[in-house]
Design a protein around this ligand. Structure first.
Ligand code: PMP
Length: 398
């Protein structure tokens, strides 16, 4: 028997599998709401104007392609810190945040997970129930036992906040708690600033380690509003982790631009943490790629491009909100009488539609409308041309 002959076929990634099924569907009216990607009103992946302008600048001053430092481009790491924590924040000014460039938000989570595993190998990681489908696998793959804390309440289509708080309050010190900073994936249900304050309090009181996953900053209410939870953790004087992704906010999915930041107690501590993060990176992929980070740093550090980015990001945010409103209006017009306010209350790209697995499968087979079996649909993939087909399908399976 050879080494590889007994290798078993791994299950397909559920979302990528859905994309393959969508591609193979001959229905000309098919709509893909399974993806976690923002499409514009024409159903196209946008190439932001600010990105094009930065790209143009980079092309006009071509540079040789040397290696970046292990922790990435300094201008990029600084821009990430300024965006996530505020350039004027005491922690940034004191130099007590260790930030490294990462391969998307996933890369930031993975570097953090590997580092945490070295620090506290017996810790449990808690993720929300439900969570982004990769959270569990990623932390398990880093060697952690992964459990959940209560989050979504199907009955109220909201958050089981008391149960969540209780679970965090019962977790042993050192437990790593993965929190969606905004625009919860997959449910779209976020907790309020007052509820965040309670979470911060219990994290502090119990000695938990907060790991904020910030993959959608700017897609909920605005850059500052969506990042407000970071300020709450800073104000509490806690050590915590933040993974940043620019995949969605810059529509730079394939360039893999993200970061990990670790807020430390002092500059000296941050230097020691940074040295360990660099070992994690060095032994995995040595150093990160240049292009995406150059684009993002150029945009964030050039006032005119920064303003253009904020405008374009607001445009994406507003379009999603408009689709939520239109979805509710059209469902109403089609005779749906149940409470639909949850659709407009949800934040970010996704809506947990409340449809069952059977209903989602019928949507796919009978109407060519592809969502995830959990009932998650991507509102950011709805547009004026496909919305009627989506509504017709939903109403029919409801
Ligand atoms: N966290 C969450 C909650 C996400 O939804 C995603 C992307 N779908 C990521 C992390 C990963 O982002 P990236 O594509 O930048 O790796």
């Amino acid at each position: 028997m050879s080494l590889l002959s007994a290798v078993e076929m791994a299950p397909r990634d559920p979302i990528l599998g859905l994309n393959e099924q969508f591609a193979a569907d001959p229905n000309p009216a098919k709509v893909n709401l399974g993806v976690g990607v923002y499409f514009d009103e024409d159903g196209k992946l946008p190439l932001l104007k600010c990105v094009q302008a930065a790209q143009q600048q980079l092309l006009e001053a071509p540079k040789p392609r040397g290696y970046l430092p292990i922790d990435g481009m300094a201008a990029y790491d600084q821009a990430v810190q300024a965006l996530a924590f505020g350039a004027e924040s005491e922690a940034v000014k004191a130099g007590r945040i260790a930030t490294v460039q990462a391969l998307g938000g996933t890369g930031g989570l993975k570097i953090g997970a590997d580092f945490l595993k070295r620090l506290n190998p017996s810790a449990t990681v808690l993720i929300s129930d439900p969570s982004w489908e990769n959270h569990r696998a990623l932390f398990q793959n880093a060697g952690f036992a992964v459990d959940t804390y209560p989050y979504y309440d199907a009955a109220t289509r909201g958050v089981r906040f008391e149960a969540m708080l209780q679970a965090l309050g019962a977790a042993p010190a050192g437990t790593v708690v993965v929190l969606h900073a905004c625009c919860h994936n997959p449910t779209g249900c976020d907790i309020t600033p007052a509820q965040w304050a309670q979470v911060v309090e219990v994290v502090k009181a119990r000695g938990l380690v907060a790991f904020l996953d910030m993959a959608y900053q700017g897609f909920g209410e605005g850059i500052a509003e969506d990042g407000a939870v970071v300020q709450q953790f800073l104000a509490a004087g806690l050590d915590f982790f933040v993974s940043t992704s620019f995949s969605k906010s810059f529509s730079l999915y394939g360039e893999r631009v993200g970061a990990l930041s670790v807020v430390c107690a002092s500059k000296d501590e941050a230097a020691r943490v940074l040295s360990q993060l660099k070992i994690v990176i060095r032994t995995n992929y040595s150093n990160p790629p240049t292009f995406g980070a150059q684009v993002v740093a150029t945009v964030l550090n050039t006032p005119a491009l920064r303003a253009l980015w904020e405008e374009e990001l607001a445009g994406m945010r507003e379009r999603i909100k408009a689709m939520r409103v239109a979805l509710v209006e059209k469902l109403r017009a089609a005779g749906v009488t149940q409470d639909l306010s949850y659709i407009t209350a949800q934040k970010g790209m996704f809506s947990y539609s409340g449809l069952s697995k059977d209903q989602m499968q019928r949507l796919r087979s009978e109407f060519g409308v592809y969502g995830v079996d959990s009932g998650r649909i991507c509102v950011a993939a709805i547009n004026g041309r496909n919305i009627d087909a989506v509504v017709k399908g939903i109403v029919s399976v409801m």
